[in-house]
Design a protein. Structure first.
Lengths: 433, 444
């Protein structure tokens, strides 16, 4: 079995699977059980200042989006930071870290935007022997209205300022957690780096309304007839998170900045994908809120099996491996030609490819007698829609035309690599030399 | 003296009182809301879906399933019922394994079709529970149509005609509406008086008058109907039964399986219904299966279906055969009856072994006997007495197009005509299409 040992900003953990700061890490009871189940580390549920803790709603705080068979695809929450007293959390953090020295214990923090508050809370956290802190600049509801969370995360200057305070007042590694509720994710990451952050983690949840009750005409989850936007997470947000991670990984200004990947991580495969796009480890929340702590066993066995088959001996060999292949549209090979091919032995004759291509694409699938579906190469633009809507895996695949072959659609020979920057239709094309 | 399964002869009350209820309960219990959502999620919403083609009434199955999946079962029911007003009984009795579900692409993909029948039942049950049948009538046309036969063909025709604004009178030799829905379908397929509840519900459309216990050829004549009405539809079904043509056939307790089933369907107390200790059913179709299973459920000790060809050639589907064997019925293949023996009452049935040769089926010299106190014959139904003047096609009423007979102004459909298989759903489709054709010709 491959060695999954991971080191993130100097923090060691037996595997790269951490629990994100959220209800699963809100108390000693949970975190001990998570560690027993095999999680490599946790980011403790966000702590605030001492004094009267925040108050959560006592009605429903989650809403959900389902796929087939009520599979939970997206979760939305209006929960705040921990609503338990600071000293209780600190005592528990200390006790758990003492009993699990090999696991990562990072403490998430969110306090008002003044240096004294940060100085105070950092001192308290250091006393617990925790391995590091994560700054919650991401929470999109409740706390933002009080000038914290995403209210800070949406202003790069504030991120830089607070990060600087944290580095000045603590010896602990500092991870800055970013909000996706922003136009260009590279700016807050750059600000974190300027402020001295050791790493960034992303994404926090996305502003969202899950659904509207069509009897009461209130957004859901509904609290006494009213609803508010909450934070969206779960498998549905993974594509958004992957892109943001990749943007930071390939941005020269932040290249090399360690990233903890968060957003819809549910299986070992999700984790490996985040890592390939530049995340050094991953954090999960919705998946454990859906299935419990035990899923980490599948993540551990799955990632090891994958690494064994690939001949990787450390998780570091996965990290960033796909980053060089993430590029801008203008550099894609416009001479690359493929055609959809339908495997008649696998085809179950549902005709979904036909409906999709005929109604919404390029009328490139023929429906023959006896429901035999075939691709008309002379019309196929290779958009992939038929592959995407086909219910049978690998029934429709894309076949590449080699350089020199004739594309029946255009009647032209397939040429070697050339992209938009030199394309004749591009008014800004550089003259081909 | 109490009777049991071992009591010789043909007697009633072989079981304990409570067993009848259990034995004749719903053979396929309905889906609840959650099960229906899960089942509906499996539909791929195929293009030009093969299940639609496979349904004789052409229900838009992917659409109604999507309507269930999105939480609108009433809309789903409307989709079903607008094509097939008998969507409720069809959901229960259609051999879906050879119709819609047999054509489902998920049957091809993984041998597990979408549960179309069960979903159809879910939707139609929801609507029938909610209240009246959902269709309104068009403005009165002033035309009157006579429908003879109150089975699914006749009633589907009557309902569609009423909907289109015509006045309809339905005549039937039997006292109750429903045809074989009421007198033939196995009781565990539609328990709880469903067949009557459904026809009552359907009749709410209005404009349909029922004349029961009124037989064509006895109480009314075709010529009279043609004179009194603007059009006539014949949905007579198959009133006669084929005879075995072997010695001993007229012994007591040798009866057509359809009579046995009709008595069973009309019995107010199943414990009062006599059944043999050893029952032999001769035939290989749905009627043979239904008679055999119900004889077993009534407490017969042994029930054997004897069929002259192989099991693979039985008209009853594999699913139906399995249903019989799962209920303890034995199926003997390659056995042709040659004589029924007994003094005063049936005691044994003698069969010859058969083989399939170049000239087709032939019997072999060797015979064997099965003990029997009751013999139920199910070797096919045939047309009853027909009015003069109708041209026949083989053993059925010849029709062209949507059920036009050789007599002007007279249409026919259902089992009495040759098209399609003899199934409830086929009868519904033919009755409905004839109604549309009658409408078109009346309004032309
Ligand atoms: C035992 C049995 C089980 C079956 N099980 C199934 C099943 O599970 N699934 C399935 O799809 N199909 C089944 N079928 C077949 C199905 O019942 C028939 O195909 C269907 O009922 C045909 O409908 P119909 O309207 O043509 O005829 P019928 O339902 O037979 O109705 C004909 C009506 O016409 C009346 N009639 C006949 N002659 C006259 C006359 N001279 N004057 C007045 N009225 C007359 C009869 O009384 C009857 O009410 C079964 C059939 C039998 C016999
Ligand atoms: C293939 C594709 C191409 C699209 N192109 C455009 C576009 O050119 N202009 C635009 O305003 N939106 C475009 N959209 C976005 C859609 O209009 C729509 O806003 C989006 O898909 C969300 O709606 P939906 O998920 O409910 O379909 C495109 C969407 C898709 C899937
Ligand atoms: S790839 Fe696109 S254009 Fe080509 S056949 Fe498939 S759906 Fe049609």
């Amino acid at each position: 079995m491959a060695n999954l040992a991971s080191e993130f900003v100097g923090i060691k953990s037996p595997n790269p699977f951490w629990l994100a700061s959220a209800p699963p890490t809100d108390k000693e009871y949970n975190v001990r059980r998570a560690f027993e189940a095999g999680w490599g580390g946790v980011v403790w549920k966000t702590l605030g200042l001492d004094g009267a803790p925040v108050v959560n709603v006592s009605g429903p705080r989650y809403g959900a989006i389902y796929g087939p068979d009520r599979r939970l695809m997206g979760l939305n929450n209006i929960e705040l930071i921990t609503d338990r007293p600071l000293e209780v959390n600190l005592r528990e953090i200390k006790a758990v870290k003492r009993d699990y020295p090999d696991r990562a214990m990072v403490v998430s923090l969110m306090v008002p935007c003044d240096e004294e508050s940060w100085k105070f809370v950092l001192k308290q956290v250091e006393d617990t022997e925790a391995d590091g802190v994560e700054l919650n600049f991401g929470c999109p509801h409740g706390m933002a209205e009080r000038g914290m969370g995403s209210a800070v995360g949406q202003v790069p200057e504030y991120i830089e300022m607070v990060t600087r305070w944290v580095k000045a007042n603590s010896r602990m590694p500092c991870i800055v957690k970013l909000t996706p509720n922003i136009t260009d994710i590279r700016r807050p990451a750059e600000a974190a780096k300027r402020g001295g952050a050791d790493a960034v983690s992303l994404i926090n949840t996305i502003n969202s309304i899950t659904s509207v009750n069509l009897d009461s005409f209130a957004p859901e989850p509904t609290i006494d007839g009213k609803g508010t936007h909450g934070g969206y997470c779960g498998p549905a947000v993974k594509p958004i998170a992957l892109n943001m991670v990749a943007e930071i990984a390939r941005n020269p200004a932040t290249a090399g900045l360690p990233i903890s990947g968060i957003g819809g991580v549910t299986t070992w495969r999700d984790a490996a994908e985040f890592m390939a796009l530049g995340a050094h480890n991953v954090q999960a929340c919705t998946a454990v809120m859906t299935y419990g702590f035990k899923i980490v066993q599948e993540m551990i066995s799955g990632l090891s099996e994958y690494m064994d088959t690939k001949g990787f001996t450390s998780t570091g060999q996965i990290v960033g491996r796909a980053v060089p292949n993430v590029t801008d549209w203008q550099y894609l090979n416009l001479n690359y030609v493929t055609k959809a091919v339908i495997d008649q032995d696998k085809c179950i004759k549902c005709g979904r490819c036909y409906a999709a291509c005929e109604d919404t694409s390029h009328q490139a699938i023929a429906m023959g007698a006896d429901r035999v579906f075939t691709v008309k190469d002379e019309d196929c633009v290779a958009c992939n829609l038929c592959v995407d809507v086909c219910p049978v895996e690998n029934c429709i695949t894309m076949k590449e035309l080699p350089v020199g072959a004739t594309d029946p659609r255009t009647g032209r020979k397939v040429e070697p690599y050339a992209n938009w920057t030199t394309h004749p239709n591009n008014p800004m094309a550089k003259a081909a030399e | 003296m109490t009777t049991s399964q071992l009591t010789p002869g043909v007697v009633a009350g072989r079981l304990r009182a409570g067993d009848y209820c259990t034995n004749f309960a719903d053979v396929a219990p309905p889906l609840d809301g959650h099960e229906a959502r899960v089942a509906a999620d499996r539909c791929y919403f195929c293009h030009d879906a093969p299940c639609i083609t496979a349904c004789p009434t052409g229900i838009d199955i992917p659409l109604f399933i999507r309507q269930i999946a999105t939480g609108t079962p009433m809309a789903a029911a409307r989709t079903i019922l607008s094509q097939n007003i008998f969507g409720g009984i069809c959901a229960r009795v259609c051999p879906t394994e050879t119709l819609c579900e047999g054509a489902c692409v998920r049957e091809a993909a993984e041998g597990k079709p979408v549960e179309i029948g069960a979903l159809q039942r879910f939707a139609t049950d929801t609507m029938m529970r909610a209240g009246p049948q959902p269709f309104g009538r068009a403005a009165a046309s002033g035309r009157r149509v006579a429908v003879v036969g109150a089975g699914p063909a006749g009633l589907a025709c009557a309902h569609r005609l009423a909907l289109l604004g015509h006045e309809v009178t339905v005549f039937d030799a039997r006292p109750k509406l429903g045809g074989l829905n009421e007198y033939g379908i196995a009781s565990y397929k539609a328990p709880g008086g469903f067949a009557q509840a459904e026809v009552d519900w359907l009749m709410q459309i209005g404009g349909i008058t029922f004349e029961g216990a009124c037989a064509l050829g006895r109480d009314i004549m075709l010529d009279g109907l043609r004179a009194d009405f603007d059009a006539v539809f014949l949905g007579l079904g198959l009133g006669g039964v084929n005879a075995l043509g072997i010695p001993g056939e007229d012994l007591p307790h040798v009866t057509p399986a359809t009579d046995f089933i009709a008595d069973l369907r009309q019995a107010s107390d199943l414990a009062m219904l006599p059944v043999g200790r050893n029952v032999v059913v001769i035939g290989g179709g749905m009627t043979a299966i239904d008679a055999a299973v119900q004889a077993k459920l009534l407490g017969a000790e042994t029930v054997t279906i004897a069929y002259r060809r192989s099991r693979a050639q039985m008209p009853a589907s594999r699913v139906e055969q399995d249903h019989a064997t799962a209920n303890g019925v034995k199926i003997v293949e390659h056995a042709a009856p040659v004589a029924i023996h007994g003094a005063g009452a049936v005691a044994e049935v003698e069969f010859a072994y058969t083989a399939e040769g170049a000239q087709g089926l032939h019997t072999l010299p060797e015979t064997f006997r099965l003990k029997a106190d009751q013999v139920l014959t199910a070797i096919g139904q045939k047309l009853g007495a027909l009015p003069e003047g109708l041209t026949l096609a083989g053993r059925k009423v010849a029709v062209t197009g949507a059920g036009r007979t050789s007599l002007p102004g007279v249409w026919a459909g259902g089992d009495c005509t040759p098209g399609g298989e003899d199934l409830t759903v086929t009868a519904v489709a033919q009755g409905r299409d004839a109604a549309d054709d009658i409408h078109a010709s009346l309004m032309a």
